[in-house]
Design a protein around this ligand. Structure first.
Ligand code: EPS
Length: 366
């Protein structure tokens, strides 16, 4: 299988299957001298993990990172950084039926059509388990971006099905298992998810992400626009069906006089563009919004065919997520970090000598 590598100068290659012995990644192109230890991965991997609440898959993985190469005395050396996480809680018997059929709406069918062979255990390579390594690689990127530019990347859940936050508070986001910015709605979400799980169905979700502190100038015209790379990165996450940058699809109903982000010496007056103009960062916060489909591994029976092409009914057993978007916030943050890290190095390579150009307009005036 090709296309398992991501990025041009800060390259991440992931490998492994959900029910194989291990998953891992190789990060190439990381600048030397960055302090990295196994403990650095704990927080973000725990934020993404299954079993964090009763509303996600109850598979309990240790998610312990082993750093196999690329560091010496706790610092990156500029050589490839290999990270490994051993799978500790796979239960492959849940997938004995899937071996003979295809879940409607799942990659089971397209993998089969493409390769003529597949690892059905936990979805193999198509499993959301793969996103663990994106989050792990992004720990390195986030640390470098924070140390060098003070960049802060934060995400939150912006919708579960029809439910949207009624108020917004960043402080609430990490205080509940949904990454939800409105603390007053957590009980309602618990109730909604409990009923959904009992019904055996799944639901979609929206995740928003904001990167603050990104300097102007990152991104490459024409084919490697920062927004184009972000969209591709977000779209590569399992179950993602839509990506918006800035105001996204809302621009359809806007007029130029309202959409443009007017500039004053004190700052931009708004941020409809999502911090990107002409594919290049403007110095404003970079914003994206990502739509996750309702997962296809559900208990409600659906029509499919078996390997002989005969009609049959499929019902997915196992420990599945009724709303995979609930734990997608750290993954969306990770893809933002990996794209920004890659573009930071790319900008430095070509335009490092340009330096700061006047006038430099601060981010949006609040
Ligand atoms: C997943 C199905 C479940 C999840 C898994 C993603 O795995 P299993 O069926 O093997 O219990 O637990 O997610 C993870 C293991 C993880 O770490 O994210 C799927 O079908 O994508």
């Amino acid at each position: 299988m090709s296309s398992n590598a991501f990025g041009k100068l800060f390259t991440v290659t992931t490998f492994g299957e959900s029910h194989g012995p291990a998953i891992g990644c190789v990060i190439d192109g990381c600048p030397p001298g960055l302090a990295i230890a196994a403990e650095d991965f704990r927080t973000d991997l725990d934020r993404r993990a299954t079993g964090r609440s009763r509303h996600t898959s109850q598979r309990h993985e240790a998610d312990d990172v082993e750093i196999l190469s690329g560091t010496f005395e706790g610092h990156t050396t500029g050589t490839p950084i290999a990270l490994l996480i051993r799978n500790t809680d796979s239960r492959s018997k849940d997938y004995s039926e899937i071996l003979q059929t295809f879940r409607p709406g799942h990659a089971d069918y397209t993998y089969w059509q493409k390769y003529g062979i597949r690892d059905p255990r936990g979805g193999g390579r198509s499993s959301a388990r793969e996103t663990t390594m994106r989050v792990a690689a992004a720990v390195v990127a986030r640390k470098w971006l924070a140390e060098h530019f003070g960049i802060r990347i934060r995400g939150h859940l912006a919708a579960i099905g029809e439910l949207e936050p009624r108020t917004f508070d960043w402080a609430a986001v990490e205080q509940n298992p949904f990454f939800w910015p409105d603390a007053s709605m957590v009980a309602e979400l618990e109730e909604f998810m409990t009923a959904l799980r009992k019904s055996g169905d799944s639901v979609g979700a929206r995740v928003n992400v904001v990167a603050e502190g990104v300097p102007p100038g990152w991104g490459e015209p024409v084919y490697a626009k920062l927004d184009a790379d972000l969209a591709a990165a977000m779209m590569s996450i399992n179950a993602v069906k839509g990506v918006e940058i800035g105001d996204g699809f809302a621009v359809v109903a806007q007029h130029g006089s309202g959409h443009r982000d007017e500039m004053t010496p004190q700052g931009f007056l708004s941020n409809h563009a999502g911090g990107i103009l002409g594919g290049i960062s403007s110095g404003q916060a970079v914003t994206a919004s990502v739509a996750f489909k309702p997962t296809s591994s559900i208990l409600i029976p659906g029509r499919s065919v078996n390997l002989a092409g005969e009609p049959m009914e499929v019902r997915t057993r196992g420990r599945h997520d009724p709303c995979v978007g609930i734990r997608a916030t750290p993954i969306v943050e990770a893809m933002m970090a990996l794209v920004l890290m890659d573009h930071a190095l790319r900008h430095r390579a070509q335009c490092g000598d340009v330096g700061e150009v006047a006038p430099r307009i601060p981010g949006a005036v609040e």
